[in-house]
Design a binder for this molecule. Structure first.
Ligand SMILES: [Zn+2]
Ligand SMILES: [Zn+2]
Length: 255
């Protein structure tokens, strides 16, 4: 079956999701086709965020998530009508082989289930913080999270997957546990892992060493001009950034 040529016009920036929702609400038994340009033969919808942090989701998967409100990270959704541009929820079904594993994920499952109490290190690509990175259904995610979900373990939206062994490359399921982001940060600090992130060398930092010293010097707790909040505004950074440097969690080498 040959697909009709998709329109080559790009969807107006930032409007994909609105247009998608409008189209999704049509009550029809016909195919609902994405009218704009495709990427790799798929309609990709940009969700929220800025240009840099936006997340792309395939239109038919997004339609499934919005209709059924369920997590489908490891489930393959396909169009019964065989039209890859179609996202009519009435034409969608779960692939009979649910949890279709891409090769990378299959390797990860094998590694994470090894019968050993030692750390099992992910030998492939890593994220900037040293955690392993795997691509699952076209989405990049950390190997600890992917291994956890692939094992069918529950994870709420607010939870993250932590390591009990402090080896961020480790994927051994016996060393993984669910927790909050706060606990995760506390783990890092307790084990001194954050120290590695050195001030200006840390790519995400927007403050200079000089400014950090200034902030520490100027800070006066609770003051309406020199408290953490006004200082953050003055230096154009988040309040958390200022609080962390004041507590000495970041920029430790300047203390
Ligand atoms: Zn269809
Ligand atoms: Zn480990």
């Amino acid at each position: 079956m040959t697909l009709p040529r998709p329109n080559s016009i790009k969807c107006p920036y930032g409007q994909a999701f609105t247009i998608f929702c409008e189209m999704l609400s049509q009550e029809t038994d016909d195919c609902i086709l994405w009218p704009y340009a495709l990427k790799n033969k798929m309609a990709l919808i940009r969700l929220g965020g800025t240009r840099r942090h936006a997340r792309l989701e395939q239109a038919h998967r997004l339609a499934w998530i919005m209709t059924h409100r369920e997590q489908i990270e490891f489930t393959h959704i396909r169009q019964r009508c065989k039209n890859l541009r179609c996202f009519n929820p009435r034409h969608l079904e779960k692939d009979s082989q649910t949890c279709r594993m891409r090769r990378g994920l299959a390797v990860l499952i094998e590694l994470s289930n090894r019968d050993t109490d030692d750390c099992v290190l992910w030998p492939y690509s890593q994220m900037h913080d040293g955690r392993g990175m795997a691509t699952v259904d076209g989405q990049k995610m950390s190997t600890n999270r992917a291994a956890w979900l692939a094992d069918g373990r529950p994870l709420t939206k607010k939870q993250v997957v932590r390591h009990s062994c402090d080896n961020s490359q480790c994927v051994n399921l016996r060393h993984l546990l669910a927790g909050t982001q706060k606990e995760n940060v506390e783990d890092c600090i307790r084990r001194g892992r954050k120290v590695v992130r050195h001030g200006e060398l840390n790519g995400t930092s927007v403050l200079t060493e000089k400014q950090v010293k200034e902030i520490r010097f100027l800070h006066c707790p609770g003051d309406k001009n020199w408290g953490a909040r006004p200082l953050a505004r003055r230096y154009g950074v988040g309040r958390t950034t200022v609080n962390q440097l004041l507590k000495g969690l970041t920029w430790k080498h300047l203390l």
